[in-house]
Design a protein around this ligand. Structure first.
Ligand code: TLP
Length: 346
């Protein structure tokens, strides 16, 4: 099958830069960013900090590097971080936090849209005892990838913040898709970060920039994260060439995420009507769909043969992600191909 015929719903990470991004890359003013001399990076960091309502920001290579540098900055060796049982940092970051930060990850269950039970958090926070690790930070994720793109509300973010404050613990937000959450709720992203000490978000997912994520927090925290970034080899040089498309992403790509959410709804409604697929369209809040099937591997293979690419959350749970590279017509086409695939198998 030719590439044009493939509908790639594996992830919003597959998005390609827009023409305006490519132009911005070619024209970017650059300098040595490790010396703090890249004007484009400085501009991007100031913009991102402003959008998150934080004092400062540091540009990093990826979402994984964002989470790792934040945990390095929040924790000491042997500390514990509370994370959701479905957290990206737990499942998909190659064990980097325990391996490289010497921080133990302790889970509390995520509910179906990704919220952590605050009573469970309280019960998990360690008391003072020579035997115990120190609970340093609570990590939340919004939107929540493995919880089907679930969105945590401003109130839910405040609840986590309030329990953390009560116990003198920091909160880190993996906001890889924070703007999807903000658009879904119709609130400025800064409302979702009011109660967190650090947030990382990605330019290279639904915002379609080719590379990069950013960490935001207080000046003091960002100075620590900047040092941690250097430690893990993330000090970059004339990096304005990749900061420039990230600026274009912030300027032009946030509002259009609503289209991805509409397409995800449309896809969910269509899939829900097909035999053998279980998904509740009411629960689709952003651009990620989790669909339950009997035999995920076979289903994925058949869809791939029909030119529809998906990814898997597990042997019986398939993920579809809508994004900039997929139009409403593509969604209708994909639904038709899924329907045909299921009919053929029957
Ligand atoms: N997620 C990727 C894969 O790693 C699974 C995807 O295709 O969705 N936090 C969250 C919530 C993420 O979804 C991701 C990427 C990251 C962090 C890591 O970002 P990168 O890939 O830039 O390291």
């Amino acid at each position: 099958m030719s590439n044009e015929n493939i509908i790639d719903l594996r992830s919003d990470t597959v998005t390609k830069p827009t023409p305006a991004m490519r132009e911005a890359m070619a024209a970017a003013e650059v300098g040595d960013d490790v010396h703090g001399e890249d004007p484009t990076v400085l501009r991007l960091e100031a913009m991102a900090a402003g959008l998150m309502g934080k004092e400062a920001a540091v540009f990093v290579a990826s979402g994984t590097m964002g989470n790792l540098t934040c945990l390095l900055a929040h924790c000491e060796r042997g500390d514990e971080a509370i994370v959701g049982s479905e957290a990206h940092v737990l499942h998909y970051e190659a064990g980097g936090v325990p391996a490289l930060a010497s921080v133990q990850l302790r889970t509390v269950p995520n509910d179906s849209h990704g919220m952590l039970d605050v009573v469970a958090i309280e019960e998990t926070i360690r008391g003072k005892n020579v035997h115990f690790p120190r609970t340093a930070v609570i990590c939340v994720e919004n939107t929540h990838n493995r919880c089907g793109g679930g969105v945590l509300t401003v109130e839910e973010m405040a609840q986590v913040g309030s329990v953390a404050r009560e116990y003198g613990i920091r909160v880190h937000l993996d906001g890889a898709r924070i703007f999807n959450a903000a658009i879904a709720l119709g609130v400025p992203a800064a409302k979702l970060t009011e109660h967190v000490d650090s947030v990382t978000f990605c330019f290279s997912k639904g915002l379609a920039a080719p590379v990069g994520s950013i960490v935001c927090g207080t000046e003091e925290f960002v100075a620590k994260a900047r040092r941690a970034r250097k430690m893990v080899g993330g000090g970059m040089r004339q990096v304005g060439v990749i900061a420039a498309p990230a600026i274009v992403a912030l300027e032009t790509m946030i509002d259009r995420l609503a289209e991805d959410h509409e397409n995800a709804k449309l896809l969910a409604e269509g899939l829900a009507r097909l035999p053998g697929l279980r998904i509740d369209p009411e629960r689709v809040q952003s651009n990620i769909l989790a669909v339950d099937v009997h035999d995920g591997q076979t289903f994925q293979r058949k869809l791939r043969d029909a030119g529809v690419l998906t990814s898997a959350f597990g042997p019986r749970r398939i993920r579809f992600v809508t994004h900039y590279g997929v139009t409403r017509d593509d969604i209708e086409d994909a639904l038709e191909r899924v329907r045909h695939t299921i009919e053929e198998a029957a």
